[in-house]
Design a protein around this ligand. Structure first.
Ligand SMILES: Cc1ncc(COP(=O)(O)O)c(C=O)c1O
Length: 380
């Protein structure tokens, strides 16, 4: 098996598995209980909270454990909008966000909120001037992703944060694809809310966190018990929280070497594709985007057919985001970048690297692409 779909999810690090296993056995106490094993379990959760906070230069009180990146995004958007509806009903986002941002926005529209969807250029960047022009007296929240999950483009987060701080408008960023590779500083970048998910950084699926400034006094999204300092009800998933914390520690420890390794793989892939004589164009802001994502247009080669041929050879990758893979829907991100009728949206592949990928795996993949290309265009 050759796995080139690390933007969809990543394999769980063996050290993370060891922590989860140990925690499943030892931490069965309810963290809300006052007796010893409850208190011990709570201590582990608070240790993890400190690790998450340090990773983004935040304070632990502003970290809320969630069940995934999608929950973090839904909480950040829906709970904030409902809390501030007396102040205004206008929100701003971009056309290329993950569905866990776009769908909550659409849901809010059904409740009378108004949403502006900023366009992007051909590299996937929003224009700060578009954002400035879209701001209104009644704008309450702007949600712009840190890095795009399909093409890897990074947004100018500090610039957006500074602009919104001056106007006193809340800023949420979905950092699910950026956390693994980027240096995040919520204070320096003026971020009020930020979403992270464990399974993109070699942690388990089904656990994430939301950074949300507690001095904003925003309400709960999930109501019930008083867990998470009264910010999110539900008995905590201690083993996965601890596993996630381990994944964060490992990520930070190896971040710069992992980034370099992925950049090298990305460059090697592109030069090999060129050598093989397969025409392509990059979708995204290469080489400035996040190092693990490479998205390219292979003119005339339908991505749905390519994915099947790759799968038959044990090569796993994606055409769009994980949620749209498997369906024939063209990517909304590529449509926003290149227009609705552009064949590019149906002829592009996303390759996303992990640090365990090798140049030999790339060679195997390029050889397959070359043979498909030769068959299609009768070159052999
Ligand atoms: C940019 C982005 N946001 C949010 C999510 C959702 O995260 P989760 O799968 O943890 O709900 C993903 C996952 O694909 C993503 O890539």
């Amino acid at each position: 098996m050759i796995y080139f779909d690390h933007a969809a999810t990543t394999p769980v690090n063996p050290e993370v598995i060891a922590v989860i296993r140990e925690s499943l056995l030892a931490d069965f106490g309810n963290p809300s209980s006052t007796y010893t094993i409850g208190r011990e379990t709570r201590r582990h959760i608070e240790d993890a909270r400190r690790i998450f906070a340090n990773a983004i230069h935040a304070v632990p009180a502003d970290i809320i454990m969630t069940s995934c990146g999608s929950e973090s995004n839904n909480t950040a958007i829906i709970a904030t909008a409902l809390a501030l509806r007396a102040k205004g009903k206008h929100l701003i986002t971009s056309a290329v966000e993950h569905h866990s941002v776009l769908h909550p926005m659409a849901y809010l529209e059904t409740m009378g909120f108004e949403v502006t969807y900023l366009p992007v250029d051909e590299k996937g960047n929003i224009a700060i001037s578009d954002l400035e022009n879209a701001l209104r007296e009644d704008t309450i929240l702007v949600s712009i992703m840190y890095a795009n999950n399909e093409v890897g483009t990074l947004n100018p987060i500090a610039e957006i944060g500074t602009l919104l701080a001056e106007k006193d408008i809340l800023f949420h960023t979905d950092a699910v694809q950026a956390f693994g590779s980027e240096e995040i500083d919520v204070d320096a970048q003026h971020i009020d809310l930020l979403s992270v998910s464990a399974h993109k950084i070699n942690g388990p699926k089904g656990i994430g966190f939301l950074f949300r400034r507690s001095d904003l006094h925003l309400p709960n999204y999930i109501h019930g018990g008083s867990q998470e300092n009264n910010h999110r009800a539900g008995t905590e998933n201690t083993p996965y929280i601890r596993g996630f914390a381990k994944a964060v520690e490992m990520t930070l420890l190896h971040r710069s070497e992992a980034n370099q390794c992925k950049r090298d793989l990305r460059d090697y892939f592109l030069s090999s594709l060129e050598k093989a004589g397969i025409p392509f164009q990059i979708n995204g802001d290469y080489p400035n985007g996040v190092p693990h994502i490479l998205n390219m247009w292979l003119p005339g080669m339908r991505s749905d057919k390519l994915l099947i041929q790759c799968d038959l050879k044990g090569i796993m990758l994606s055409a769009g985001s994980a949620c749209t893979a498997g369906s024939l829907e063209p990517s909304h991100v590529l449509e926003a970048m290149f227009g609705k009728e552009n064949p590019r949206a149906a002829e592009s592949l996303r390759i996303s690297f992990g640090k365990a990928n090798t140049k030999e795996e790339i060679d195997t993949f390029i050889a397959l692409l070359a043979s498909i290309y030769a068959k299609q265009y009768g070159n052999n």
